[in-house]
Ligand binder design. Structure first.
Ligand code: NAG
Ligand code: NAG
Length: 458
């Protein structure tokens, strides 16, 4: 009883505090419509010498934020901005359109308080004043700055410190998210600090060879390469072999030949992140250029206009966001100064996902099914194998799920804790290309219930 009263009082303070102006509160972003929820952004220093600072953007839930969970979203790269990609083109409430910001009707802040983090240092508006540090960043350092960030962020927003927390992300966040969650569980073993309730990963890199080598079959089955090129790409030099050689500056003649042939047939004019999309798409969709490096690739910029790059480079926008450019002349979707340890691509994280499941943390792996960079087939194989290894029985058999009257994709659940789902017609950036379906998926994930089945159809 005493506890309950204490919490009530604390709750009141939190209310009062949020009514007084928070230093990171965004008064108004240039061109934004009137909003019924609060936005915050700014920096959190992540070392005691205050050399490193990570930039975040936080949008409270549209309705009743204190009753909604807190969701951290991370984009991949490594080196791409979660604010630029995630918030302003995928699942955030606002999307730049010329001089104004349009509302995204399917924003994830309809269901949760959304926290977007530019990580690690050197990404988006995040920085280190010691530029030699940009050459030393890897998965381990990223996980450590991320957890340090969260601890300090909760000091700024104490009313969220005990809120149910979910970590979500995409692409290379298939490394960041499980690694951060693992570190949280380690911290929690000493003293409960993180109220972690689940993780969700979209088209994630979980296992270098399985994920990368599922590309050949995807290309072949979608008509992007011929039978003979498929044979070359699976026997002479497969894709994981090529990327391995590429990041060791040692591409063999045979791999060089195989890749040239693949590139010639797939062509530069099809978007590899959505094989059915035309190429004129924002540069934010290039977030996995590091996962899918291209030798001698000519950088074609078919889109003259790039709304997000233009918007986030405006001085008035940066001022409104409490952001600044440190050590760079302009804001970029993916960092040009970060020199991430690319051999970390080869670190398997599916085993970390397994350890999280064993701890009882719900995990959702989902795939935009038009993506050839991290195709659904590799992810599905990995999840299925993990379920077998952990001895998890199928609790929802492979079946379609619905968004309205249409099939939103397919799903399977193992042991009520490990889920796989596809999003039909979606790209690597699923919430960008299929926002409505992605929101249905997100809501089910947060509520811990299976995706809607045919009974909702009628
Ligand atoms: C800058 O970073 C480098 C690489 O981590 C480190 O060796 C050096 O001591 C740092 N310099 C300062 C002044 O902190
Ligand atoms: C990819 O190529 C490497 C090196 O030739 C080989 O060890 C590996 O088994 C191949 N993987 C697949 C899935 O073909």
């Amino acid at each position: 009883m005493a506890m309950a009263i204490l919490f009530l009082i604390l709750g009141c303070f939190a209310e009062v505090e949020s009514m007084l102006s928070h230093p990171d509160k965004i008064t108004k972003l240039p061109g934004q419509p009137t909003l019924q929820f609060q936005q915050f952004s700014g920096y959190v220093t992540v070392d005691d010498r205050k050399q490193r600072a990570l930039f975040y953007y936080f949008v409270e839930a549209e309705k009743d934020p204190s009753s909604k969970p807190l969701v951290l979203w991370l984009n991949g790269g490594p080196g791409c901005s979660s604010i630029g990609v995630g918030a302003f083109s995928e699942n955030g409430p606002l999307r730049p359109n010329g001089q104004v910001l349009d509302r995204n009707e399917y924003s994830w802040n309809r269901e949760a308080n959304m926290l977007y983090l530019d990580t690690p240092i050197g990404v988006g508006f995040s920085y280190s004043t010691n530029t030699s540090e940009y050459g030393t960043v890897n998965d381990e350092i990223t996980a450590r700055v991320n957890i340090f960030f969260l601890q300090r962020w909760f000091l700024k927003f104490p009313q969220y410190a005990h809120t149910p927390l979910f970590i979500t992300g995409e692409s290379y966040a298939g490394h960041y998210v499980p690694q951060l969650a693992k570190l949280m569980i380690k911290f929690n073993k000493k003293k409960m600090v993180f109220n972690l309730k689940g993780i969700a990963l979209g088209n994630p890199l979980l296992d270098f060879t399985t994920d990368l080598n599922s590309r050949a079959e995807y290309f072949w089955s979608h008509g992007l390469i011929t039978d003979s090129t498929y044979n070359m790409f699976t026997s002479m030099c497969n894709y994981s072999q090529y990327v391995r050689e590429y990041y060791r500056d040692n591409v063999s003649p045979v791999c060089s030949r195989a890749m040239s042939q693949v590139n010639r047939e797939t062509s530069r004019f099809v978007d590899k992140y959505d094989v059915t999309l035309d190429v004129c798409i924002p540069s934010v969709l290039s977030q996995s250029k590091f996962i899918a490096p291209q030798q001698n690739a000519e950088r074609i910029d078919v889109c003259v206009e790039d709304e997000i790059v233009n918007y986030l480079n405006r001085k008035d926008v940066q001022k409104a966001l409490h952001a600044r450019l440190v050590g760079v002349r302009r804001w970029d979707v993916c960092s040009n100064i970060l020199d991430y340890d690319m051999l970390n691509l080869e670190i398997p994280t599916i085993s970390i996902v397994g350890s999280l499941v064993k701890e009882g943390i719900p995990v959702l792996i989902y795939s935009g099914d038009q993506d050839s960079v991290i195709p659904l087939t590799g992810s599905r194989t990995l999840v299925n194998a993990l379920a077998q290894e952990l001895g998890l029985k199928t609790t929802v058999p492979y079946r379609v799920w619905f968004e309205g009257k249409q099939v939103g994709g397919w799903t399977q659940v193992y042991g009520n804790v490990l889920s796989f789902a596809t999003i039909r017609g979606a790209s690597h950036e699923a919430p960008f290309s299929k926002p409505k379906r992605s929101l249905v998926l997100f809501k089910s994930f947060l509520e811990g219930i299976p995706l809607p089945d045919a009974t909702v159809r009628r």
